[in-house]
Write a protein that binds this ligand. Structure first.
Ligand SMILES: *[C@@H]1O[C@H](CO)[C@@H](O)[C@H](O)[C@H]1NC(C)=O
Ligand SMILES: *[C@@H]1O[C@H](CO)[C@@H](O)[C@H](O)[C@H]1NC(C)=O
Length: 484
């Protein structure tokens, strides 16, 4: 039961990659992108890191000096009090600096070698905090057991958040390379190691440009995206406090390295699971009138469920209800006591999603009662297996598109189709304007073309500085445009 429930969200996630796999393949060869450019977790028990280590840290000194020189040098062209393409170029330039690229790759490799599953991201979280401390970035910890909420900028509104997920998957890595997972049966097969590295990379860029920030950037490093709804717990622990908009990236094997993709409105489906038990009264099948037959009731329920999507929902509005298991007795001549059915449902808006949930419950209970049976339906809400749909705010989507256009060039930004997979970023996008976007990692030469959740999954690490720059530019420019 436990493992079953644990596996549910992974199944949802798998669907993302299946959908990406089946989806349209972007053929534009990216020339420009690279060159142009349970717990105690619910207590508010934070340690607040105080800024004391800056002067001890040679890296920071270097960055500080760089900022100063670049500010001087660029004073006539751009100090980014008016946003120009030059500001994007400056950000990209910092990201592409040799030492920055080397460092961000090394961070990603360390995380890749020691993958940790949902709510067990202790070492990963420790590594993130060490890097933040080296950069003198204050943070709150722990949120949701291993989560971190860091802060760069003026400390004043507006607050804009960037989010990375930290957990790995229970998969044995099949890629033979120098930094292969050292933990048997665990692997960063979904690129969350890259997400963390890109966000830390963005932190460094933003810290170097902190004086430009017309507000505050919140960095959210969250546990348990694959299983357990880490985002939900982060929110409960205050991750979104004061935050008015949020962004997150996911690597995609479908797009060439550095190509950015997103879409306005619904991007990923809401995902839920159900299990119904329809109970009757067992008896000899030869005298059915002495029993109450749950097989008949369950069969009628399965048929009725088909009409929810076909008759009750807008045909232009994609939804799914699938019954995937049907278990009853095992005798030829005995009507069983009960039937257990389970399945999944998907929708692209919260309204439709919760409407499906309500109707599934009704159909089971009402159909059971037509046949004199009783039904219980469970949706595992307390087991954190429900993911609402991920819906991009139109304005935030436009913001990502604009930033991406400047950074990697408009031809390297793609509008992607919606997918039936799920992502727990939806818990943030339910509450505040949000945009989720993809960044390509596909490189045929390297072999980084395997779908996420494959033991052969790998990324083109050249994506890391581009992702870091994208994050940083999204946040800095957001504050520039929405700040005072
Ligand atoms: C950075 O600047 C400080 C003070 O301006 C100076 O002492 C230090 O040597 C410089 N560091 C580098 C790496 O240039
Ligand atoms: C793929 O990776 C190789 C090796 O790093 C690199 O030379 C090449 O430019 C990359 N191709 C693309 C399309 O990014």
């Amino acid at each position: 039961m436990d493992t079953l429930v644990k596996l549910f969200p992974i199944t949802c996630k798998k669907a993302i990659f299946f959908a990406i796999f089946l989806g349209f393949i972007l053929t534009n060869p990216l020339k420009g992108a690279k060159t142009s450019a349970s717990s105690s977790s619910d207590q508010h028990d934070f340690t607040y890191f105080k800024s004391i280590t800056l002067l001890k840290n040679p890296n920071n000194m270097v960055l500080q000096n760089q900022t100063r020189t670049s500010k001087l040098k660029l004073f006539t062209s751009s100090d980014c009090s008016i946003w120009t393409k030059e500001c994007s170029n400056e950000i990209l330039k910092i990201a592409q600096k040799k030492e920055h690229v080397k460092w961000i790759k090394s961070v990603r490799r360390k995380i890749h070698e020691y993958p940790e599953l949902a709510f067990e991201e202790y070492e990963t979280s420790e590594l993130v905090r060490q890097e933040l401390e080296k950069m003198e970035i204050p943070y709150q910890f722990p949120l949701a057991t291993t989560g971190i909420r860091a802060m760069i900028g003026s400390g004043q509104p507006p607050f804009v958040a960037l989010r990375a997920d930290m957990d790995a998957l229970p998969i044995q890595e099949a890629v033979e390379w120098e930094h292969k997972s050292k933990i048997a049966g665990k692997m960063h097969a979904c690129g969350h190691d890259a997400h963390v590295a890109m966000l830390i990379g963005a932190a460094k860029i933003l810290k170097a440009r902190e004086k430009n920030l017309k507000g505050t950037v919140i960095l959210i490093f969250q546990p348990a995206e694959e299983a357990g709804n880490g985002a939900k717990r982060m929110i409960k622990n205050g991750a979104l406090e004061n935050v008015e908009a949020i962004f997150a990236v996911h690597v995609s094997h479908q797009h060439p390295t550095g190509v950015i993709g997103s879409r306005p409105g619904p991007l990923l489906a809401g995902c839920g699971f159900f299990r119904a038990v329809i109970s009757g009264k067992t008896g000899q099948a030869s005298n059915p009138h002495h029993s109450i037959d749950p097989v008949l009731a369950a069969s009628a329920a399965v048929i009725s469920l088909q009409s929810i999507v076909s008759r009750e929902s807008n045909p232009l509005d994609s939804q799914v209800v699938s019954v995937t298991s049907f278990n009853a007795g095992d005798k030829f001549d005995v009507i069983p006591e009960a039937v257990t059915l389970s399945g999944t449902f998907r929708a692209f808006s919260s309204t439709n999603f919760y409407q499906l949930l309500r109707r599934i419950r009704e159909v089971f209970t009402e159909q059971a009662s037509v046949f004199r049976c009783s039904a219980t339906v469970e949706f595992f809400e307390d087991k954190d297996t429900i993911y609402p749909p991920t819906v991009n705010d139109d304005r935030m989507y436009e913001h990502v598109k604009k930033v991406a256009g400047d950074l990697v060039g408009p031809t390297n930004f793609k509008v992607v189709p919606p997918m039936m997979g799920a992502e727990d970023f939806s818990f943030y996008s339910e509450l505040i304007p949000a945009a989720f976007f993809y960044i390509g990692i596909r490189n045929e030469t390297l072999g980084s073309y395997h779908t996420g959740h494959s033991p052969h999954f790998m990324i083109d690490e050249d994506v890391l500085p581009i992702g870091a720059a994208t994050h940083a530019a999204i946040a800095e420019r957001y504050l520039y445009e929405y700040g005072s």
